[in-house]
Ligand binder design. Structure first.
Ligand SMILES: O=c1[nH]c(=O)c2[nH]c(=O)[nH]c2[nH]1
Length: 302
């Protein structure tokens, strides 16, 4: 029986980096959660315990913080690309690098109608996400950037139906032409290239997501996801593929009839679990090869 080392990667997960820009009296803040993973020929580290091929995860962490100062002026995508390129270009056994970033946004505190210079309130729960993958050097260089948003919690109290579904002997669900629809959306979009107006594209796509959710009359969450993907691709040539995962946060009309009280879609039980989990990919039929763009660091195992 032969035993072989399979795919592997290693890195520092969830470096919490807070960068304050304080050149002006009005400070700026960038609050990140940065994960690194290196891929390459690290076989002997596993089979022999030979660390000569291993750039320590601690070094990766130090680089993440150093680059926050030296490469932290632009967008979070540029910062991720700089980190990934650095690891691939400077550590010989590293064939590929994966950088995953979550950006937590902050709103300025408003005092007497004036935005404060150096105090903020966390905005949320939504989080901007970036996943950068860089592989190879010279002519073999390949790079992928995936932008995204997660924990984008949205709800509409009308304009959503779910009826005409398959039924069998276990079906108890009543069809509805008017229901509450809510989700905590995770959406990720793969870019065709790496020359992108990153900080303009993110708010534009986020707006398409929430606007579509609000204005599109939904016959099912599945249809809403497809519509969101379609509209992102229609507006943004630089995006080639959109992946979404949407827990259906069920709102069940509460039975007030037991108390002789009417309830016409007014009082709901917001159910926590279980939830429907609706997931879809919408892409261009001529999208370039995704390569390792979707191979994650965290979430590597199911
Ligand atoms: O939008 C929905 N899609 C489903 O697949 C589904 N299934 C279900 O019970 N409710 C819903 N809602």
């Amino acid at each position: 029986m032969g035993i072989v080392l399979g795919s592997n990667q290693y890195g520092k997960a969830e470096n919490r980096v807070v960068r304050i820009y304080r050149d002006e009296p009005r400070h700026e803040i960038r609050d990140l959660n940065v994960s690194t993973a290196l891929r390459g020929d690290f076989g002997v580290a596993h089979t022999e315990g030979d660390q000569s091929v291993v750039l320590p995860t601690d070094t990766q962490k130090q680089t993440v913080y150093a680059f926050a100062k030296t490469h932290g002026e632009g967008s979070v995508e540029e910062y991720g690309l700089a980190l990934a390129r650095h690891f691939v270009d400077n550590a010989e056994p590293v064939g590929g690098a994966r950088i995953e970033i979550e950006q937590y946004d902050w709103d300025r505190v408003v005092v007497d109608g004036v935005e404060h210079n150096h105090a903020w309130v966390r905005r949320g729960p939504e989080v901007r996400t970036v996943a950068v993958t860089v592989e190879g050097v010279g002519n073999d260089r390949r790079e992928w950037v995936i932008g995204g948003v997660k924990d984008l919690v949205v709800l509409k109290s009308s304009g959503s139906e779910f009826r005409g579904f398959l039924t069998d002997k276990f079906t108890v669900l009543e069809p509805t032409a008017d229901r509450v629809m809510a989700t905590s959306l995770v959406a990720q979009w793969r870019f065709a290239g790496t020359t992108v107006e990153w900080d303009a594209v993110y708010p534009s796509i986020r707006q398409i997501v929430v606007e579509t959710f609000a204005t599109h009359h939904s016959l099912a969450l599945q249809q809403t996801l497809y519509e969101i993907g379609k509209r992102i691709l229609a507006k943004h040539d630089e995006v080639v593929e959109v992946r979404m995962s949407a827990p259906n946060k069920h709102h069940f009309e509460y039975d007030l009839g037991r108390f002789g009280i009417s309830n016409a879609n007014e009082v709901f039980h917001a159910d926590d679990r279980p939830y429907g989990l609706i997931q879809a990919t919408v892409g261009r039929d001529d999208a370039p090869d995704a390569g390792s763009a979707w191979v994650p660091q965290r979430g590597w195992l199911v």
